[in-house]
Design a protein around this ligand. Structure first.
Ligand SMILES: Cc1cc2nc3c(=O)[nH]c(=O)nc-3n(C[C@H](O)[C@H](O)[C@H](O)COP(=O)(O)OP(=O)(O)OC[C@H]3O[C@@H](n4cnc5c(N)ncnc54)[C@H](O)[C@@H]3O)c2cc1C
Ligand code: SF4
Ligand code: SF4
Length: 398
């Protein structure tokens, strides 16, 4: 009897598409002990049609595209301040509202859980702005977006490349005329369970609830990653990419989803979306005069539909063509390469499963190795012959 969809957990990106692909409603997403969502199949409802596995996008190749590349920035400084890079997503979303469409994207709910929601107007858009470095639960949104498209409504669906691939798997080539998809260059997603546990630790330290969280607050500029947690009384906990434990752990790949470190498909030239947005890291090496440190996006236009969508919001954006790509790819590794899991990921999760997230432990785990650890590592990496000689010297071998 089927209990899940993919035989290997590391193949499942958690896109959530199988939940609405299943014709019997037998699939729901459940967290595992690392805090990531995976499909669970209710044996009483499953009729073994295997549709979930057949349509699952994981491991399927994406047709190659040759994107046109732009540097771009929303003209409105307030939009840039609220967005993670240059605010191009907001321009595309507003253009979708102008033609009566619905925009899907990731937002925090009242418990600071990240999930995909649908926005019908500007007032609902604000919550989607800004990167949330936690995997978003998109299962319901995939089903809802497919229903709206079937009713003929225009839809902008934004998310990780694998979530976009999930929606397309759900649509199976149908009702795509009115669909615009926007993804991003993707480093990988951290565990929602780890983030929830981290928030609990912050709340216990302050004795108050965290009511808002920003992963990329721009008060210190665009290039300096700065996380801000806001408590009930308006006070804040802040930290940068080198001293804020959750952010640091994310950037060091300590708790990425297992599928993310195997995700070789969704790189530049193989994104499943019409438009791919990224931070234009490395801008100082290519065109420093364009950088005002308020946020600049690197935009890959993958399809003709994407080109038309960018044209439709051209008034809101200032843009320029980019041809020197190698220095930008070097500065933004995930354009071309897949993130590598931190070697101490297993140690982190061994402790996490017993006692949850600890900022102090995380920072200690990620600290540069001390003298004793360096020695152990050196011995572990000695060639076999040298280890044998060492054992002989220590009187433990021949
Ligand atoms: C987990 C993650 C990893 C990323 N890795 C890279 C990277 O390696 N290199 C790079 O250049 N850019 C990366 N980005 C994208 C980058 O941070 C910006 O989101 C992107 O440049 C768009 O910026 P913007 O200013 O146009 O819009 P913003 O308003 O900042 O972006 C909001 C958009 O991001 C989507 N979004 C936010 N959080 C999530 C989430 N958890 N899951 C799905 N969608 C989400 C929203 O739905 C919305 O469409 C990543 C984003 C996320 C969420
Ligand atoms: S459709 Fe998505 S969530 Fe379902 S098994 Fe495949 S990758 Fe996992
Ligand atoms: S790295 Fe790949 S599998 Fe992970 S969230 Fe991004 S697109 Fe999905």
């Amino acid at each position: 009897m089927r209990t899940t969809v993919r035989a290997k957990k590391s193949e499942c990106s958690g896109c959530g598409a199988c939940v609405s692909i299943c014709p019997k409603g037998a699939i729901s997403m459940k967290p595992d002990d690392e805090g990531f969502l995976y499909p669970a199949v209710d044996g009483a409802l499953c009729v073994n049609c295997d549709l979930c596995e057949k349509r699952c996008p994981a491991g399927k190749p994406t047709p190659e595209n040759q994107p046109a590349v732009l540097g771009a920035q929303h003209r409105d400084l307030f939009v840039r301040a609220a967005s993670s890079s240059g605010g191009v997503f907001t321009a595309l979303a507003r253009s979708m509202f102008a033609k009566g469409g619905v925009v899907f994207g990731a937002a925090f709910d009242e418990n600071l859980r990240v999930e995909h929601i649908g926005a019908f107007d500007e007032s609902e858009l604000a919550a989607m702005r800004g990167s949330k470095y936690v995997q978003s639960d998109a299962a319901d949104a995939v089903g809802n977006a497919a229903q709206l498209l079937a009713r003929g409504l225009p839809v902008l669906f934004s998310g990780t490349p694998c979530q976009v691939a999930g929606l397309r798997a759900k649509l199976n080539g149908k009702n795509e005329e009115q669909l615009l998809t926007v993804d991003f260059v993707c480093h990988g997603v951290p565990s929602p369970g780890v983030f929830a546990s981290y928030l609990k630790e912050l709340e216990a330290q302050r004795g108050q609830r965290v009511v808002a969280y920003r992963f990329r607050d721009k008060r210190r500029g665009w290039k300096d990653f700065y996380a801000v947690a806001t408590f009930e009384d308006g006070s804040e906990h802040t930290g940068s990419q080198i001293d804020e434990p959750f952010l640091y752990g994310f950037l060091q790949n300590l708790y990425l989803r297992p599928s993310c470190v195997k995700c070789t498909e969704y790189r530049v030239g193989h994104h499943p979306s019409d438009i791919t947005i990224a931070d234009m890291w490395g801008v100082e090496r290519v065109c420093p005069e364009k950088d005002d440190d308020t946020g600049l996006s690197l935009v890959f236009i993958n399809t003709e539909k994407g080109r038309k969508a960018m044209e439709a919001c051209a008034e809101a954006i200032s843009s320029f063509p980019v041809s020197q790509l190698a220095p930008l790819y070097k500065a933004n590794g995930c354009c071309e390469k897949t993130a590598k899991a931190h070697e101490k990921r297993w140690l982190f999760f061994r402790r996490f499963k017993k006692s949850g997230f600890s900022g102090t432990y995380t920072m200690k785990l990620l600290a540069p190795p001390g003298k004793a650890e360096k020695l152990v590592r050196r011995i572990a990496h000695l060639p076999f012959g040298a280890v044998r000689r060492l054992r002989v010297l220590l009187g433990r071998g021949k």
